[in-house]
Ligand binder design. Structure first.
Ligand code: HAM
Length: 450
């Protein structure tokens, strides 16, 4: 029997991979504009990292990590999220040394042993950012605005930004007490997990999908009432900056996030993707001012978020946007005879060196078979090189757009094609500035649609 992919994983190739490429290209562009630098950290980390950061009582660590002992009996985990590894790297590489701001982003695979369904995988991909070194509320607003800019870059509609504050330690302690008092009255009605959460991490009860509709969830204390004056003031500042940037949000006092490291501002971005149910949350993040010090680094505030790329792509597609347009190649070279083949290989290399996407037949076909082979690539030009042409140092060039055919000198082939492309591009409204690649101007590629 053929071996299949592991449950909850998928292969990305062909169109899907091109879509992810386009997605990542735009993400990198936005990060570049916001002046965030890319970081790559290992896919596996020592298990302890996630136990100490994500939290022992979180579902993620309790039920969802891929843990294994390596051949040296060390406990290693496939990263379930990106923040912990980036913080570990930030400390290990002493990025804090000059006391400056570090603004980092990453794109890569994450692993969670969850029940696979639409929008939920066991290997999925996150694009995330982490900004270190500022506890100023304006950093919260910048990070949120970066996430919102991603949404805008893909022109997604029906998006909601949910916002909340967990406050400082004192606020969270007061709120924890209020929650214990409240939920203790309903203890017997709670699910087994929530009974445990009541003892260990009552905030996590608010995240429970099982108990959500129960009586216990009516009149839950509102965290805002338990924020210390300075936490409240801080949160109000975040809100005022978001308002200044025209960012819409919903204050959601029930939002707690599933990871233990958050302090103060937390947020999630909800997309409206039909059939995705609870998997509509495509981005989550917040501030984590104690994480660096908890992991042995100096006291350094941090703030970040992560998008699930699969959900982001689903949202882009649900909004009817095309991420990339199938594009033909520039040139296909047909050769007839052995001598022409060697010259064809020289041309192939030269054309590619000059930036023209060029293909050739790899199956030693006759003329008809080579024309057939060219169809797959949808070339703008087909160049035919036979023994006669070779003798005369010429080549036959078919121009797809006009159906014309010209005999030109071999040495002129490259310039001829480039000039022809440029001439045709200058007829479009973009004047060719999109490199022949935008929908709106009539070019034949996939440049930005705003
Ligand atoms: P998270 O909310 O656990 O946060 O994950 C962020 C996003 O990853 C989710 O909103 C979702 O889009 C996607 N995601 C999570 N699990 C899956 C899955 N099984 N299949 C597909 N997509 C999934 C974090 O991971 C934090 N590290 C975010 C953060 C960064 N907070 C501060 N900095």
């Amino acid at each position: 029997m053929a071996i299949t992919k592991v449950k909850g994983t998928y292969d990305s190739f062909d169109e899907l991979q091109k879509k992810y490429q386009a997605l990542e290209e735009k993400i990198r562009m936005v990060c570049h504009i916001f002046n965030y630098d890319e970081i790559k950290t290992p896919i596996m980390e020592y298990s302890e990292l996630f136990h100490r950061t994500v939290g022992e009582t979180s579902d993620l660590v309790k039920k969802e990590t891929y843990d294994f002992l390596d051949r040296g009996d060390r406990s290693v985990t496939l990263r379930p999220e990106g923040t912990a590894g980036v913080v570990r790297s930030y400390i290990e590489n002493k990025m804090y040394a000059n006391n400056s701001i570090s603004k980092l982003f990453y794109i890569g695979p994450m692993f969670r042993y969850e029940r696979p369904q639409k929008g939920r995988y066991r290997q999925f991909h996150q694009f995330g950012v982490e900004a270190f070194g500022s506890s100023d509320p304006l950093m919260d607003a910048e990070v949120i605005s970066l996430a919102v800019t991603i949404i805008k870059a893909f022109a997604l509609k029906g998006i909601k930004v949910h916002l909340n504050s967990l406050g400082d330690e004192e606020s969270r302690e007061n709120y924890r007490r209020a929650l214990v008092e409240h939920f203790s009255k309903y203890r017997e009605t709670l699910c087994e997990d929530c009974k445990m959460r009541l003892e260990k991490n009552p905030l996590r009860i608010l995240d429970c999908k099982v108990d959500k509709e129960k009586e216990a969830f009516k009149n839950v204390p509102n965290i805002y009432d338990y924020l210390s004056p300075s936490s409240k003031e801080r949160f109000d500042k975040v809100i005022s900056y978001l308002k200044a940037m025209n960012i819409d949000y919903i204050i959601d006092p029930m939002l707690v996030r599933g990871l233990d490291y958050y302090t103060h501002t937390i947020f999630e971005i909800e997309a409206n993707i039909e059939g995705f149910g609870a998997q509509n949350i495509m981005c989550g993040g917040g501030r984590y001012d104690n994480l660096v010090s908890d992991l042995g680094g100096p006291q350094t505030p941090g703030m970040g978020f992560a998008f699930g790329l699969e959900r982001l792509l689903a949202a882009v597609e649900a909004s009817g946007r095309t991420l990339y347009k199938k594009r033909g190649i520039h040139l296909f070279i047909i050769t007839l005879g052995d001598n022409a083949k060697a010259e064809g290989m020289r041309l192939l290399n030269d054309m590619r060196f000059g930036g023209l996407i060029t293909e050739i037949d790899y199956k030693n076909g006759n003329l008809k078979q080579q024309f057939k082979a060219s169809e797959k690539y949808d070339p703008q030009y087909i160049a035919i090189l036979g023994e006669d042409e070779l003798k005369n140092n010429t080549i036959n060039l078919k121009i797809k757009a006009t159906n014309e055919q010209h005999t030109i000198y071999l040495d002129d082939l490259y310039d001829y094609i480039v000039n022809d492309i440029n001439n045709r591009m200058s007829n479009y409204s973009c004047g060719g500035s999109c490199s022949g690649s935008c929908d709106s101007c009539g070019c034949d590629g996939s440049c930005e649609e705003e």
